[in-house]
Design a protein around this ligand. Sequence first.
Ligand SMILES: *[C@@H]1O[C@H](CO)[C@@H](O)[C@H](O)[C@H]1NC(C)=O
Ligand SMILES: *[C@@H]1O[C@H](CO)[C@@H](O)[C@H](O)[C@H]1NC(C)=O
Ligand SMILES: *[C@@H]1O[C@H](CO)[C@@H](O)[C@H](O)[C@H]1NC(C)=O
Length: 411
Amino acid sequence: MSLRAILASLHGRRYLLMVGLMVLALVGIVSMYSFDLKTYTAPSGTREDTMMQKVRSKFHTYLYKTHYEIHKEDLLDYCSQDDFSDEFVKSAEQRYMNLTNGKTEPVFLAANLYNSEKVLPNMATQFLKLADTLGHSRIFISIYENGSTDKTKEILHRFNDTLNALGIAHRIVAEDTPKPEHIHRIEYLAKLRNYAMEPLYSDGARFGRVAFLNDVYFCQADLFELLFQSQTHGAHLTCGEDYDMWGDGVGFYDTWVARDIKGEGFAKEVHRLSKDDGTMVAQMRDRPFQVQCCWNGMAVIDAKVFRGEDGLRFRRSAKDECSASECSLFCNDLWRKDFKRVVMVPRVKLAYDIEPRNILRTPLFFPADLPYNNPAVEKISFRGGPKKVLCRPLNGIDSHHPDGPQTYVTL
Ligand SMILES: *[C@@H]1O[C@H](CO)[C@@H](O)[C@H](O)[C@H]1NC(C)=O
Ligand SMILES: *[C@@H]1O[C@H](CO)[C@@H](O)[C@H](O)[C@H]1NC(C)=O
Ligand SMILES: *[C@@H]1O[C@H](CO)[C@@H](O)[C@H](O)[C@H]1NC(C)=O
C-alpha cells in the first residue's frame, strides 16, 4: 500500500469499489480452485493471504454497517482527503521515513473502553491500518472494557476474532464486572489503565513506545505524527490536543491535566491557551512545544519509563499528596525521575464527538493539505521546567470533578 493511499485513508466510495473488486477477485480465485483443484497447486502463502483478505473485508463490511447505523455517514469520510498535492505527499513520505522503513520498535496500543460504540469502528479501522503500515509484527493491541450496554462488546468480540485470524498480537478483555460502589474515581481509573498496560508490564522489553488512547475520533495520520514527534525529540511523553464544543466553536478539553512549561493551567480558549509566550507562538504556528504535563485524548509514551523495578505505574495520590488525576500524577512522577521531555503537538487535534470533530477538520484547524514544515524548525529546546505545578484536587469518593481548593505541588 502506498503512503499516498494510507494518508488519504481511502475515500469511501473508492474503498467500496475496492472491496467489490476484492470480492470479485476472491470469487475468481475460489472458482479457479474448484475447476482446477487436481492439477493446480497454489504457491505457498497464497491460500493464507486469500483467507486473510476475506477475514479483513468481512470485518470491514461489518464496521461500515455499524458505523453507518450510528452516524449515518461513511466510516472513512473523516480521514479521507481526495486532493493531496504531490508536494504534500512527498513531504509526508520524507517525514515518516523512519516509521515506515520496517525498523521502528514495536508499538503497544492501549485503550480503556466503556460504551464506546460511537468511536470503536473508527478505532479498529485505524489500528488495522497502522498494522499494515508498520508491519503486523510491530504492534500489540491491548483493550480493556467493562460492563458496556451498547454495541462495544459485540464489536470487540468481532475485532478479537479478526486479530486472531490475522495473527496480530493483542489482548482484548471484555468484562462484566461493575465499578465498585465506593471507590475513589482516580483510584479506579488508574486501576483500569494498569489493567490495559498489564501485557507490557509483564513482558514488554521489545516495545519502543506505548500509545494510550481515550475514546477519541482519530486518523492513522494522527498516531503517525505523535510517534514521529516522540521519535524525533526522544520524548518521554507526547500528546495531541483534544477539543469539545465551547461557546460558538470548540475549546481545549483536558484543562484538568495539561500544564504548561511554567506549571500553570491551560485555558479553554484556543487563542489564549497559555500565558507563556513561547508556548503560544508554537501553538499558533502548529509547532510542537514542551509542557510539564499533557494527556489530551492520545498520549505516546517512551516504553522505557515503565521498565525496571521502579518503572512507573498509574496511581492515585498518596496520603498527603494533592489528589490530582492519574495522568497528572504520572507526569509529576516522570519529572521526578528526570524524564522531562514532555511534548504537546498542536497538529494532532482530537475530539470525542462528531460535531467538534467536523469543526477540527476545517482548514482553520486542520492545515493537513499544506506540506509539512521543515522538521528543523520544529525542534524544541528542552528546559528544566517549573519547580511547582498547579493542582486542582478531586477529593470526594463520589466526585466526578475537581472539588477542592487549588494548590501548587512541589516537583
Ligand atoms: C531518521 O533517523 C536518522 C537516524 O536516527 C536521522 O538522522 C534522520 O534525521 C531521521 N529522519 C527523519 C526524517 O526523521
Ligand atoms: C479473544 O480471543 C481469545 C483467544 O481465542 C479468547 O481467549 C478471548 O476470550 C477473546 N476475547 C474476547 C473479548 O472476545
Ligand atoms: C466501567 O469503567 C468506566 C470508566 O472507564 C466507568 O465510568 C463505568 O462506570 C464502568 N462501568 C461499569 C458497568 O462498572
